[in-house]
Design a protein around this ligand. Sequence first.
Ligand SMILES: Cc1cc2nc3c(=O)[nH]c(=O)nc-3n(C[C@H](O)[C@H](O)[C@H](O)COP(=O)(O)O)c2cc1C
Length: 174
Amino acid sequence: MKKLVILTHPNIDTSIVNKAWKTMLEKNAHTFVVHALYKVYPNLKFDIAREQEVLEAFDEIIFQFPIHWYGTPFALKKYIDLVFAYGWAFGPGGDRLKGKKIGFAVSTGGPEESYNAPTGISVKGLLNDLHLTFEYCGCEVTHLHVFYGAMFNYKAKLLEENTERYLKTFANSN
Ligand SMILES: Cc1cc2nc3c(=O)[nH]c(=O)nc-3n(C[C@H](O)[C@H](O)[C@H](O)COP(=O)(O)O)c2cc1C
């Protein structure tokens, strides 16, 4: 079954990392379906029922986004707050996400050194709220794929290798 990639990037045209990842995903359209929130909803007025249907149709979902202020872009937070509704994602009868596999593909501007042990900060740690949210909804959180340092040590070769790793990580992940 194909995997759904929920892409949240406010300006994919000027993106380097997420755009390269998106190109790779689209080349592998037999495996991935890209759902770009800002493309479908430029004003972020989500059609909640439609989004719930989209999510229900896939067993594996990857959330792809850049880190913004040590967390998710606000559009993704808004999406989750609205779409993961009572009676759908949680509460009575709220089991529609149960059993789904959830992965993350995340880019940072900061270099890897700013996300390692001495700093006490890690990308996994920054995504703790998402992790807890998905577990609460009965999902299994699987892989976290990261590109570090988009603003500091960006090199085309590094991004190419990283993009291949993204593909390998998620193409055969079930
Ligand atoms: C509003 C905003 C906040 C950001 N906050 C962070 C941050 O807290 N940590 C970080 O490492 N990078 C931060 N960045 C940098 C982005 O994560 C980085 O530009 C992005 O991951 C690069 O991916 P792209 O080439 O797909 O745009 C921020 C960027 C923006 C626009």
